[in-house]
Design a protein around this ligand. Structure first.
Ligand code: GLN
Length: 566
């Protein structure tokens, strides 16, 4: 991978960060249930503190034993978020990246129990603990503490999210480690924030605090007294409910905050600020900071809430649990629309259904079609049909990673009449493999972390043959970019001259100096409102305040083509 670039601009222009003499820590735990918004809460606190001028970093610790989430099914665990340095991380790193601007996230910002155990066991085999009995306490907990400290060396405030729910057996070593950090760093330098659920029970017409009481009791049993409670509920907590929770949880009602359901995750930090959360954190940690600068964020939220038009986008994929497996993608589409106050309605279409129906009926109501990244054979024929529909009917199309590879297959089959065109991934013995396993991957045996991962440069073709700018150049307005990748297969260079002769424009390439090879990064079609595919994942670099150029340009094209049809 090459030239990490994420957020360089922000870091350069940041004015006078608040310098602290002593590093501070915020540990965020979750109780009662999973999926109540711990990641977004951590990201929102990060954003607010950063906008107060504090140099922050965010760290995610996951209790499972996989060394990283790279081999996990996104259907179970949500998407794998890829960083510049090629590490495959938890989707919460995606939230962090979209909310804070000054952090260069690396492999250190996300670790699992698996990785912790792996380092300890390797050290044990290498003789690192000769004579000792290696134990969870102190060896595993020491390694956790070392990893936390290592990840936040150069910042003033480390915000550390503990994955899982308090009460799970597997997150205990993490909780023990943060309890120890609290003693070691000084109580005034560490804050424990606990997120719980306060359900409203219709039949009793009451907000129920018992689950919160139990969850805090559990934390206190292991020596952690929360300093701040964030209570997720569908309505604001009245002061008397906060006081009651405070009484049962050994804290002041003033330190209990509501975290209500809001329409968009981007409203969460604004809501927290309104509730006084960042002020409370600032006081408790003894920081002296300015008020957060939220104008830009507020304006963006206003634009999002007040769209001028809307488009419907068909996203053709195979995972049925769309929301988390395509998290960064759906956020990037929201960002792309906010730029021009276009609301993007995402309609998830099951590729296998399209394949079965052998018809374009479902697609006809769509203003644009997107085929995202993916792995494996299931549903690919349906995706190819959707791409053909978009190409033939001049419907804006965006193909990402697998989506680009399938666009090349569709083109070879239906424009080039190469009926058996395919990818080595789906038909290893096929004869017309326009998509092949990358040479560098051929000898690899291990399944984890062995793809082409992370940031690589791409050179954009400014003009196509006819002299008009390429869509890629129109979007980026520059010739050299760098984007994040996660793939094993590539467009075969063998078919390239033929594909180009048929009219496929190669609008982005990566040149590898070592192997003297070129890898196709972007393709597009001329004489089409917008038909573009990229081998990389632009969604990983899209930010709420800084929408990705390709998403912006695609949504603009979708909106324009919709207007023209009316
Ligand atoms: N399965 C394809 C590959 O490995 C595409 C991967 C992706 O879409 N991320 O190249």
């Amino acid at each position: 991978m090459e030239s990490p670039q994420d957020n360089d601009e922000f870091r350069k222009n940041r004015q006078g960060p608040v310098m602290l003499k002593q590093k501070k820590y915020i540990f965020i735990t979750g109780g009662v249930l999973s999926s109540i918004g711990k990641g977004v809460s951590a990201a929102s606190i990060g954003m607010l503190m950063e906008q107060r001028g504090v140099e922050v970093s965010l760290i995610k610790m996951d209790p499972y034993l996989n060394v990283d989430p790279g081999t996990m099914n996104p259907f179970q665990h949500g998407e794998v978020f890829v960083l510049d340095d090629g590490s495959e991380t938890d989707l919460d790193l995606g939230h962090y990246s979209r909310f804070v601007q000054g952090v260069q996230f690396t492999r250190k910002n996300s670790f699992t129990s698996g990785r912790i155990y792996d380092s300890v066991l390797r050290r044990e085999r290498a003789g690192g603990y000769l004579g000792e009995t290696v134990q969870v306490v102190p060896h595993i907990t020491d390694e956790i503490k070392r990893s936390i400290r290592d990840a936040c060396q150069n910042v003033d405030l480390a915000i550390v999210e503990v994955g899982g729910t308090v009460g799970d057996i597997e997150s205990l070593p993490f909780l023990e480690a943060i309890r120890q950090i609290n003693r070691e760093e000084g109580l005034q330098n560490v804050l424990f924030v606990h997120l719980t659920l306060v359900p409203y029970i219709e039949t009793a017409a009451e907000l129920k605090t018992k689950p919160t009481q139990h969850s805090v009791k559990e934390l206190r049993e292991i020596g952690i007294q929360p300093d701040i409670l964030l209570c997720r509920s569908d309505r604001r907590l009245p002061q008397e409910v906060k006081d009651k929770i405070g009484l049962f949880c050994n804290m002041s009602g003033e330190d209990v905050f509501s975290a209500i359901d809001v329409e968009s995750i981007y409203e969460v930090p604004l809501y927290f600020h309104e509730e006084g959360l960042d002020q409370k954190i600032t006081e408790k940690l003894g920081l002296s900071t300015t008020l957060p600068q939220l104008t830009q964020w507020e304006n963006q939220v206003k634009k999002m809430r007040d769209p001028l038009s809307e488009v419907t986008l068909g996203i053709v994929g195979k995972y049925t649990d769309w929301r988390d497996s395509y998290k960064s993608l759906s956020e990037a589409l929201v960002h792309g629309g906010v730029a021009d106050q276009i609301q993007v309605r995402m309609q998830y279409l099951d590729a296998e259904e399209i394949e079965k129906e052998k018809s374009w009926d479902q697609l006809k109501a769509m203003d644009g079609i997107l085929v995202p990244g993916g792995f494996g054979k299931r549903g690919i024929e349906g995706k190819i049909q959707a791409i053909q529909y978009a190409r033939v009917n001049q419907v804006p199309f965006f193909g990402i990673c697998l989506g680009m590879q399938l666009a090349v297959i569709e083109f070879a089959r239906n424009v080039g009449q190469l009926k058996f065109a395919n990818s080595e991934e789906f038909m290893p013995e096929g004869k017309d493999l326009v998509i092949q396993l990358m040479k560098s991957q051929k000898s690899l045996q291990e399944k984890g972390g062995n793809m082409r991962l992370g940031s690589y440069s791409c050179q954009i073709l400014p003009k196509s043959l006819g002299g008009s700018p390429t869509r890629a150049f129109e979007a980026y307005q520059k010739e050299f970019i760098s984007e994040r990748h996660r793939h094993r297969f590539e467009v075969s260079n063998q078919y390239l001259p033929w594909l180009q002769e048929l009219g496929l424009v190669i609008s982005g390439k990566h040149s590898c100096a070592e192997s003297k090879t070129e890898l196709i990064e972007m393709i597009e079609l001329p004489n089409h409102p917008w038909f573009l595919g990229c081998q990389f994942h632009p969604e990983f670099l899209s930010r709420f305040l800084n929408p990705h150029p390709l998403f912006k340009s695609f949504i603009q094209a979708v909106s324009l083509s919709k207007k023209e049809k009316l």
